[in-house]
Design a protein around this ligand. Structure first.
Ligand code: PA5
Length: 425
């Protein structure tokens, strides 16, 4: 399903020399003995996930379908990015769907929220609020405003039927509020952290509401869990990627530029940045995750990558089959001089741009490039890709002796902000 290619990576160490370390870490992950081991619920999630709850997600989606012209997804970080990454990857940016997903609760921007409220005021709305802790300020504040909006628009009873809460099974203010109001609730498992949670109700519920086939996502996740359950570095491309990152950082590259050639993968790049950045960036260690979307950004960041300071390597996510393609038409007058491409597919041009850029950056620019190939942008591939990146992240962090599952650094801004806001202790 997914392939890894380090042949353009300019590696000065042999990946296979890491076999012994990788085997020890593989054991540590699967036996759950490493740092952060109580957040490894995603490792066997393909077999342990709650099937009853999964069916409840499907039922809720079926029931609310005709009410859901717009689905407001209220969450931030791991409680938001995965669903958006998946929906855009699978459905594209302008899907012919009757259900539009709009993301809220991920910013304090008053203009943004007010414009969303104005945009949806005459539309049929369903609201899914998502917060594991149930206390995140961005999400809780937006939800307070949206709850009032829904109750004014529909009345208390109907608003209750249109609001779904995804949160901890017992703890947090959101759970207490949902129980008091009588909202249907979905559980975020204790042992799966935010950025690893798209394959739980956090991602699956909004995706099902938007008409995505979530069973296929789980099938892909399941297949990856089986295929990547080997410590043999020669057979595990996700581990090869994890090791390659470490080798390149040893060579002095402290920035990883994640490159995509599809507009609908931009949020996937944001999701990847969160996964890598929050998992690895601690104790003064880690690679800074950055991203570009080509060929768009070849006309901006391309200059730096080609000729700027040699601080980065590129990781290109290539897609074998695009979701759509267009044949370039011929034009009798040929005033734009584009007839040399008439009859070719636009995706072929995209692929040639990728090939040409790879050579330019690697051979002329001296920038190491590594490639990850994914077959297509469908549900199964998304599910597969999730496990692939989760296990690669765990491996690469443990190789750096970092706990991949906590995020102590994100508390610092909150402390300052709460002081300024006058939050009671
Ligand atoms: O990955 C993480 O753990 C974070 O990004 C959280 O998902 C984010 O802070 C939102 O937290 P919560 O779901 O508790 O509102």
């Amino acid at each position: 399903m997914m392939k890894f290619d380090s042949s353009h990576g300019k590696l000065q160490e042999n990946i296979l020399d890491y076999q012994e370390k990788v085997s020890a870490i593989h054991k540590m992950i699967h036996e759950k003995t490493g740092a952060g081991n109580d957040y490894l619920g995603w490792v066997d999630w393909a077999t342990t996930y709650d099937k009853e709850e999964f069916n409840r997600i499907l039922e809720a989606a079926k029931r609310l379908k005709e009410k859901a012209e717009v689905i407001l997804v209220c969450g931030i970080g791991g409680s938001y990015l995965g669903a958006r990454a998946a929906a855009e990857m699978i459905q594209g940016l302008y899907p012919q769907s009757e259900h539009e997903l709009i993301y809220v609760g991920n910013t304090f921007s008053s203009t943004y929220l007010k414009q969303v409220l104005d945009y949806v005021k005459d539309k049929s709305v369903v609201l899914n609020v998502i917060s594991k802790s149930g206390t995140t300020t961005e999400t809780a504040l937006a939800f307070r405003i949206l709850k009032q909006f829904m109750e004014e628009k529909y009345g208390k009873e109907e608003a209750r039927a249109r609001i779904l809460a995804t949160t901890d099974k017992a703890r947090g203010s959101l759970k207490a509020l949902a129980d008091a109001e009588g909202y249907e609730t979905f559980v975020i498992p204790d042992d799966i952290g935010g950025r690893y949670s798209v394959i739980t109700p956090v991602g699956l519920l909004p995706l099902a509401l938007a008409g995505v086939d979530i069973q296929k996502i789980m099938d892909g996740y399941c297949q990856a869990s089986e295929e990547l359950n080997t410590d043999d570095l020669e057979k595990n491309p996700a581990y090869q990627y994890g090791v390659t990152r470490r080798i390149l950082q040893n060579q002095g590259y402290d920035v990883e530029m994640f490159v995509t050639y599809e507009m609908q993968l931009r949020t996937l790049a944001e999701w990847w940045k969160q996964l890598m950045g929050e998992s690895e960036g601690k104790e003064d260690k880690g690679i800074l995750p950055a991203s570009v979307n080509f060929s768009t950004d070849l006309h901006s960041m391309g200059q730096f990558i080609q000729e700027g300071k040699k601080v980065l390597f590129e990781t290109i996510l290539t897609v074998d089959k695009p979701s759509e393609d267009i044949i370039i038409p011929s034009d009798e007058e040929n005033l734009d001089k584009m007839n040399y491409l008439a009859g070719k597919n636009l995706d072929w041009v995209n692929k040639m741009a990728c090939e040409g850029t790879l050579a330019a950056h690697e051979e002329v620019g001296g920038v190491p490039n590594i490639l990850i190939h994914v077959e297509d942008m469908k549900e199964f591939s998304f599910g597969y890709l999730c496990y692939w990146f989760f296990i690669a992240t765990a491996m690469t962090c443990y190789l750096l002796e970092i706990n991949p599952f906590n995020q102590p650094g994100v508390e610092v801004y909150k402390k300052n902000m709460f002081k300024l806001l006058g939050k009671p202790e």
